[in-house]
Design a protein around this ligand. Structure first.
Ligand code: SF4
Length: 248
C-alpha cells in the first residue's frame, strides 16, 4: 500500500495551539486529582489517544490507560501497547471480549457477520467493545476519551466534561483540537503513533471494518463504509449503561 508521513500531511501550527495544550493539561490534572485511583483513559490507540497518553505521562498523572482489544485489531494498532511501555514505562490494560460469546456469535453468523446487516454489526460491536468497556469502567468514576468535535457531525457538540448515563464523569480534553493540532503535537513531542496513519487511515478501528480514505472523504468515511448514516459503534451514544463508551 502507498504510504506518506501523516505528520508531513497534517501537522500544522495554528493560532491558539499552546493554549489548547495547556487547557488539556489542566483538565487532565484536575480530573486526576478529583478521581484518585478511579480514572482511566479509554484509549483507541489512535492519534488523539496518543496525544492524551503523552500528556498523562508528561505530567506523571495517576490515570490508568486501557484499551479494548476486540480480537480484530490490526497488528499495527496492537504494536502501540509495547511502544507505550517502551516510551513511557506505562502499562496498558487490555479488555478482551468474552471468549464463549465470540465463539457462539461467530459460530452462528460467520466471520463476516458485521457485513450481513446493521443489526449484526451492532451485535458484534456490543460483544467485542461495549461489554468489555463496561468491565473497563467498572469501579471507576471518570474516564477520558479522544473525541473531537471536528471528527463528525455526531461529535460536533462534544463537551470537555460531561456526565454519562451511568453517572461517571466523561472527559474529552481534545474536544476543540483540530486534526492539524493533533499531528502538530505528535510531531513536536515525537510521540509514537499507529503506522496505519501513514497509509491514509485517519480513524482506525477493527481490521474488517476500517479502510483507508481518499482525499476529500470524511474523517470517518473509512469506518463501516458499506453502511449509510451514523458512523458510530454504540460506544459514544447515550443509552443504557452498557451503550456508552470508549473511542474507536
Ligand atoms: S468494529 Fe467491526 S469487527 Fe469490531 S466490534 Fe464492531 S463490527 Fe465487530
Amino acid at each position: 500500500m502507498t504510504s506518506a508521513s501523516a505528520i508531513h500531511l497534517h501537522a500544522r501550527a495554528t493560532a491558539g495551539f499552546e493554549s489548547r495544550v495547556e487547557s488539556a493539561r489542566r483538565l487532565l490534572a484536575r480530573a486526576a486529582n478529583a478521581h484518585p485511583d478511579a480514572i482511566v483513559q479509554a484509549s483507541s490507540l489512535g492519534a488523539e489517544d496518543q496525544v492524551l497518553t503523552d500528556l498523562i505521562a508528561r505530567d506523571r498523572l495517576p490515570i490508568a490507560i486501557a484499551t479494548l482489544d476486540t480480537g480484530m485489531l490490526h497488528r499495527e494498532t496492537l504494536a502501540l501497547v509495547d511502544a507505550i511501555r517502551a516510551r513511557y514505562g506505562l502499562f496498558v490494560e487490555r479488555y478482551r471480549p468474552l471468549h464463549e460469546a465470540v465463539v457462539a456469535f461467530v459460530g452462528r453468523h460467520g466471520d463476516d457477520a458485521m457485513k450481513q446487516s446493521v443489526e449484526l454489526r451492532k451485535a458484534c460491536c456490543a460483544l467485542r467493545k461495549v461489554e468489555p468497556l463496561d468491565r473497563m469502567l467498572a469501579g471507576r468514576t471518570a474516564w477520558i476519551t479522544g473525541l473531537r468535535r471536528e471528527q463528525s457531525s455526531e461529535r460536533a457538540a462534544v463537551d470537555f466534561e460531561a456526565t454519562d448515563d451511568a453517572g461517571r464523569t466523561k472527559l474529552s480534553p481534545l474536544a476543540d483540537w483540530s486534526w492539524a493540532d493533533v499531528w502538530h503535537y505528535l510531531d513536536l513531542n515525537d510521540v509514537p503513533y499507529n503506522a496505519l496513519h501513514d497509509q491514509f487511515f485517519p480513524s482506525i478501528g477493527c481490521a474488517p471494518c476500517t479502510r483507508a480514505t481518499a482525499l476529500g472523504e470524511d474523517f470517518r468515511a473509512g469506518r463501516w463504509w458499506w453502511e449509510q448514516g451514523t458512523k458510530e459503534c454504540g460506544l459514544h451514544v447515550a443509552g443504557p449503561a452498557s451503550a456508552i463508551g470508549a473511542a474507536r
